[in-house]
Design a protein around this ligand. Structure first.
Ligand code: MN
Length: 240
């Protein structure tokens, strides 16, 4: 009888969800090449106390480009905000947008966000602050990433980007630079673990005893996200 009740009330599903402390998702770029349905699946996969949107959730202020599944994802985030805290950390693409949208999805907006699990101190920051000036200005970063994407879609684009911009090289250099500067910032603030996005390159590494995690992104595969367990252990996950 008990089992029957559980099944039919959907309680079995709730109890089967993996219990975590924090879920972190970054660089969805809604309104561009985004994958909202996959993100909804992740929201349904776990039970968590805190959801951190680590920047560049929107690609631009052009809301006419937001499609139905993307609105549905925003609705799901709003539902999450009824049972867990939702923190939105601004990225270079959603500066100014977060303020408009955050009340819709029930989140707080931050430049950077700090929290603690047990003795372990965490910081979430998008990471464009550590990038070169060219990519930091929203306009320039948009123009830059537009040309980069355009070129990588052409058959001879990859060699051309290398030839003209050295873009691939400068992109990988940029993720090294961001890691280095994020770790420096974390040391300054006295946190143990710093979580960024921006580079779309998922990574987890210890540098000078600071745990650096990049949540990756959702515009190209493999899609990735970060899970923090109740004991403060961080896992970088890939969506399959
Ligand atoms: Mn960014």
């Amino acid at each position: 009888m008990g089992v029957w009740l559980y099944r039919n009330l959907g309680l079995v599903t709730i109890y089967n969800l993996e219990r975590i402390n924090t879920l972190i998702i970054s660089d969805l770029h809604l309104g561009n090449i985004s994958n909202p349905n996959e993100v909804i699946n992740i929201l349904h996969k776990y039970r968590f106390n805190r959801l951190i949107l680590c920047g560049d959730i929107f690609d631009s202020l052009n809301f006419s480009r937001i499609r139905k599944p993307e609105w549905r994802l925003l609705g799901e985030i709003r539902k999450v905000s009824k049972r867990a805290e939702v923190e939105w950390v601004e990225g270079n693409h959603d500066i100014g947008i977060a303020d408009v949208i955050s009340h819709l999805v029930g989140s707080e907006v931050h430049m950077e966000y700090q929290w603690q699990i047990g003795d372990k101190k965490f910081l979430a920051i998008h990471g464009h602050q550590f990038d070169n000036l060219f990519w930091v200005s929203p306009k320039m970063s948009k123009i830059g990433s537009f040309f980069y994407r355009l070129l990588t879609h052409l058959p001879w684009g990859k060699s051309l980007t290398k030839l003209i911009f050295g873009a691939e090289q400068s992109f990988s250099r940029s993720s090294e630079r961001i890691k280095e500067r994020a770790v420096h910032h974390a040391k300054h603030l006295g946190v143990n673990c710093v979580i960024c996005g921006h580079t779309h390159k998922a990574e987890r590494k210890f540098v000078d005893k600071i745990e650096y995690v990049n949540a990756g992104g959702w515009t190209e595969r493999p899609f990735s996200y970060v899970v923090i367990h109740p004991d403060g252990i961080v896992s970088l996950k890939f969506y399959t």
